[in-house]
Design a protein. Structure first.
Length: 446
């Protein structure tokens, strides 16, 4: 799951009707309608419509009105509604700014009355709806599914090369990953016969490292740590030796397609690609992501955290719907899609994957999930894709000087980034949104 797709013109026209009929200013009251805003989740909205049907059946007289925005417009739409004082009742809490500025209702104290606890949920996924990715700072959004970037490996290719399968519980280091990649690769001048040993996704693999230190304030010494530079050198060498596909190759064919064709032995994937691998009759297993030497085992996980706003028109209805998502919604998620629920407790009680070894292994690998390090929006010097481009396209010899330059620039930017974050409130947020709107291109083209 989940971050692609667009809404057609007629859906947005319909949205205008919904907005004009439901979101005028007025007293906060109970209503027959509950407005829910979201962006596409890559499942044709199967899950949210399953929640809609079940909720309306168990709450006669209630009507869940779902509005799906294009992902690249979603935050702007919600920002505009917040500044206008007309936010939806329930929405995916996609921006950290909304939590920090005080627009989102905290849910932490509600969980116990709903019969759930923070410990019931996967910590990596739950962090996506927590202030500064830390549930102890407050939970503001609860998701229903648990997605994750994991490694998938082709058992047939591993067996042919005599390479043991990687552990489902422990992450490999970059060096260990590179070693098996070299053993698995079968280079061939004929692209149809070439088999890559592995992939090296720079936009994912290097983002798990604590590049700003444990406090989020220290880029120098972390973003340019020697062990991180070594990991970049290892990854670049695999691409330069053509043992892993280059970005130019991946512009023409995705890693998931190469894996389904049996032309890559181990790569990254999320769970949405599993049906493709099964249809291609690939016998595969799963493992946690590889990490920098000295780093803890890691799997990047996510969810779509649902929450409500302090100025939502129907707070009681919104909270009731969120309670439904945090409880019954976890069970419905497993029937609506192949994904496990965010609640580990519900997954275990329901026996998620008991009749499906792939689902069972996926849930086992996701036990390595941890919250990502938090740094406020605005620090934009870190660019692992550019580092890899310089090493593989420009053929620079070592990552260390590249990272040294990035770390110095990031360190200089961090005080201002944190100052903005620490002082963010509704007034500052509104000024920020108004400035962004004034700088935006005129949609009319004038």
């Amino acid at each position: 799951m989940r971050t692609s797709g667009i809404v057609g013109k007629f859906a947005l026209v319909g949205l205008a009707v919904v907005l004009s009929g439901c979101f005028g200013r007025g007293d906060k009251t109970s209503s027959s309608s509950i407005s829910v805003w979201m962006f596409p989740q890559g499942d044709d909205e199967a899950a949210i419509h399953a929640f809609e049907t079940a909720y309306e059946k168990s709450h006669p007289g209630k009507n869940v009105e779902i509005v799906v925005y294009p992902e690249d417009e979603y935050v702007t739409k919600v920002n505009t509604a917040l500044v206008a004082g007309n936010p939806p009742d329930v929405a995916i809490i996609e921006s950290d700014d909304w939590m920090q500025a005080g627009y989102v209702v905290p849910l932490t104290d509600k969980l116990e009355s709903w019969g759930v606890s923070i410990g019931d949920f996967n910590p990596g996924g739950l962090a996506r709806g927590a202030l500064e990715n830390d549930a102890t700072n407050g939970v503001f959004g609860i998701g229903t599914f648990l997605g994750g970037n994991v490694l998938v490996y082709n058992k047939k290719l591993f067996d042919a090369a005599g390479v043991p399968y990687p552990s489902a519980d422990d992450s490999m280091t970059f060096q260990q990953y590179a070693d098996i990649c070299r053993r698995l690769a079968k280079p061939d001048r004929d692209p149809a016969k070439n088999v890559y040993g592995c992939s090296m996704p720079a936009d994912i693999a290097y983002n798990f490292y604590p590049i700003y230190g444990t406090d989020g304030h220290t880029a120098e010494g972390n973003m340019n740590a020697p062990q991180l530079a070594t990991a970049f050198d290892i990854g670049a060498e695999l691409i330069n030796d053509k043992l892993a596909p280059s970005p130019s190759v991946l512009d023409t064919v995705a890693e998931s397609d190469l894996f389904a064709q049996g032309q890559i032995a181990i790569t990254w994937s999320d769970f949405t690609a599993v049906p493709t691998y099964e249809q291609a009759d690939i016998d595969f297993g799963m493992a946690p992501f590889f990490v920098v030497q000295g780093q803890d085992d890691f799997v990047d996980t996510w969810t779509a955290p649902w929450g409500t706003f302090t100025e939502s028109r129907h707070p009681e209805d919104a909270m009731q719907f969120l309670q439904f998502l945090a409880t019954d919604g976890q069970k419905i998620q497993m029937t609506a899609t192949a994904d496990p629920p965010l609640s580990t407790k519900v997954a275990q009680e329901a026996g998620y994957g008991k009749d499906d070894p792939i689902k069972e292994q996926f849930l086992r690998v996701l036990a390595n999930a941890r919250p990502l390090q938090f740094v406020p929006p605005g620090e934009e010097n870190w660019d692992p894709v550019e580092v890899m481009r310089l090493l593989t396209v420009e053929k620079q010899s070592h990552a260390q000087p590249i990272l040294d330059k990035m770390a110095a620039a990031a360190q200089a930017a961090l005080p201002e980034v944190w100052s903005r974050w620490d002082s963010l409130n509704k007034a500052r947020f509104q000024s920020q949104v108004e400035q962004e709107q004034s700088e935006a291109p005129d949609a009319s083209g004038d």
